[in-house]
Design a protein around this ligand. Sequence first.
Ligand SMILES: NC(=O)c1ccc[n+]([C@@H]2O[C@H](COP(=O)([O-])OP(=O)(O)OC[C@H]3O[C@@H](n4cnc5c(N)ncnc54)[C@H](O)[C@@H]3O)[C@@H](O)[C@H]2O)c1
Length: 336
Amino acid sequence: MRIGMIGLGRIGAFHARNLLTLPGVDSLVVADAAPGVAERTAERLGCEAADSADGVLRSGIDAVLIAAATDAHPQLLLAAVDAGLPTFCEKPVAASPAAAIHVRDRLAGSGVPVQIGYPRRFDPAFVAARAAVLSGELGRLTTVRSTTLDPAPPPAGYLAVSGGIFADCAIHDFDAIRWVTGREVTEVYATGSIDATAGPELFADNNDVSTAACILTMDDGTLGLVSNTRYNASGYDVRLEVHGSADSVAAGWDDGAPIRSTTPGARFPAGPPHTFFMDRLADAFTAELLTFLEVAAGRIESPCTVADALETSWVAEAATISLREHRPVALAEIRR
Ligand SMILES: NC(=O)c1ccc[n+]([C@@H]2O[C@H](COP(=O)([O-])OP(=O)(O)OC[C@H]3O[C@@H](n4cnc5c(N)ncnc54)[C@H](O)[C@@H]3O)[C@@H](O)[C@H]2O)c1
């Protein structure tokens, strides 16, 4: 297969390198809006550079991956699907649900498969947690705790177009809770704070926060507790605990968990700690791309459609409003 790749920042360059190792990928053509980035990436990886996103779409590819900045997703997604190309797009669909609704409505009935990138759906530990829930072995669910702690904030330019901590970071937790429990969120109560060392341009100027917590109420009464920060120097911490009336399981509670036990004599986790999403979720990203190649070949349906991803975006929107207005927000109040 000949694959196109648009956006070559942190995750785009990682996906491009990964794609070139996968069976079934014969050639790769890449583009980025920043001058020189595509040429340098192509030279480093041994693939082709195009002069623009349009150039990628017109280069005779079989499918395309979009890993450009979040605010560019809607326009690039629409262009890729209009070109009839099976498309993988990084999360979220757009920085706001309104923009995501526009994409969903424009793509309805196109028949072109689109997969939105939520890698935890491919992490072996999250897959096993979901299987435990679906098998009934945990009994009635009471509580799901989901954690995403970043070691350090992304650059100011990234944060400015990210949609905020709920649309950018907590959205992985919201999606994981929906996917693992198979239930939908009905209400969100969120709060947040800004690290004292952060310059105003990082968070305050973007109406964003650097640490956040949310309580989710699911449609069966299960409570979700979500925790996020941009300042977790001990490493990249991604974990999910599912507690039920019969049993409890934890995903991501491995030797790389970036947290120290204070219990005397405890030897777990044995380390070294996960440093970033590239190492913590390496297997998940590979499985996600292999799945997209199957989607692009028409052998399976997309495991995460725009409509599915939009449900997660509503949760992020409710959290954003809840933080701003200091009140619980029902999804029914804002969903369209
Ligand atoms: N699934 C995950 O775990 C995960 C992890 C990181 C980032 N992401 C998502 O991936 C996207 C990119 O994140 P990143 O960390 O790589 O950001 P980044 O800022 O490092 O890179 C973004 C790149 O997109 C390019 N770009 C912007 N607009 C473009 C356009 N119209 N056409 C072509 N290129 C364009 C920029 O020049 C830049 O090189 C974001 O939407 C983010 O939410 C997902």
